[in-house]
Design a protein around this ligand. Structure first.
Ligand code: PGA
Length: 253
């Protein structure tokens, strides 16, 4: 079966609301004739309304970069899945390596965030990946599959069907060191096999698994040729309309 590619731009802590709106206007023009792929962008929470406004009546999905597990309450500085949903978001990143590294997010907390995203009706993009140290000591698959088991292992098969997984080797994020297509494929195939063993062959076949880490117009096509790579989660190269457009249009190059 064929899985529809998803090309996602994670803007991280970049672009003011005004800059984000300008970017979204550019994107709207660039993606008028959207190829047969899904496209999503993840602005800061503050810029979400402006971006949604500019992308109204397009197929581009807007998502949150994080969410809190609770619906509301005394959690200073946080935003809930319900708030993202009511603002008009369709997706949320969960467990991005920068949140794991700088905010200490892990394990059950991320499982609760995945649960919260599903409760709110958002598609979680659940991010996993190994550090350089972990790769060099041969522990890549243990780490990645362990993060997935902790975060998603409790899901029913029908809930899992609403999840997207992103494999992002930490050593490749923002470093210019992209995993080779074969390195990406090896981990993606292992993730798909894990989904198959944990749930079913059907769940494995339909799971979308994105690759992230220094994806650029020049390397996206090679990565996307791999049979178990279903899209890309892009940071730096998603901050320019022309390079993000080239990534979205990888099939045309
Ligand atoms: P990068 O970031 O493309 O700048 O490496 C990817 C990510 O963090 O999702």
């Amino acid at each position: 079966m064929s899985r529809r590619p998803l090309m996602a731009g994670n803007w991280k802590m970049n672009l003011t609301p005004a800059e984000a709106a300008e970017f979204a206007r550019g994107l709207r023009g660039a993606l008028l004739d959207l190829p047969a792929v899904d496209v999503a962008v993840f602005p800061t929470s503050l810029a979400i309304p402006a971006v949604l406004n500019e992308l109204a009546n397009t197929d581009v999905v807007v998502g949150g970069q994080d969410l809190h597990a609770e619906v509301k309450g005394a959690y200073t500085g946080n935003v809930s899945g319900e708030m993202l949903k009511s603002a008009g978001c369709g997706m949320a990143l969960i467990g991005h390596s920068e949140r794991r590294a700088y905010e200490g997010e892990a394990g059950e907390q991320l499982a609760n965030k995945a649960k919260a995203a599903l409760r709110a009706g958002l598609t979680p993009i659940f991010c996993v990946g190994e550090s350089l140290d972990e790769r060099e000591s041969g522990r890549t698959l243990d780490i990645v599959l362990g993060q997935l088991a902790d975060g998603l292992g409790w899901l029913t098969e029908s809930a899992l069907g609403k999840v997207v997984i992103a494999y992002e080797p930490v050593w490749a994020i923002g470093t210019g060191k992209v995993a080779s297509p074969e390195q990406a494929q090896e981990v993606h195939a292992a993730i798909r096999a894990w989904v198959g063993n944990t749930w079913s062959a059907g769940a494995a076949r339909s799971m979308r698994i994105l690759y992230g880490g220094s994806v650029k117009p020049a390397n996206v096509a090679g990565i996307m040729t791999q049979p178990d790579v279903d899209g890309a989660l892009v940071g730096g190269a998603a901050l320019k309309v022309d390079s993000f457009e080239a990534i979205v249009r990888f099939q045309e190059s």
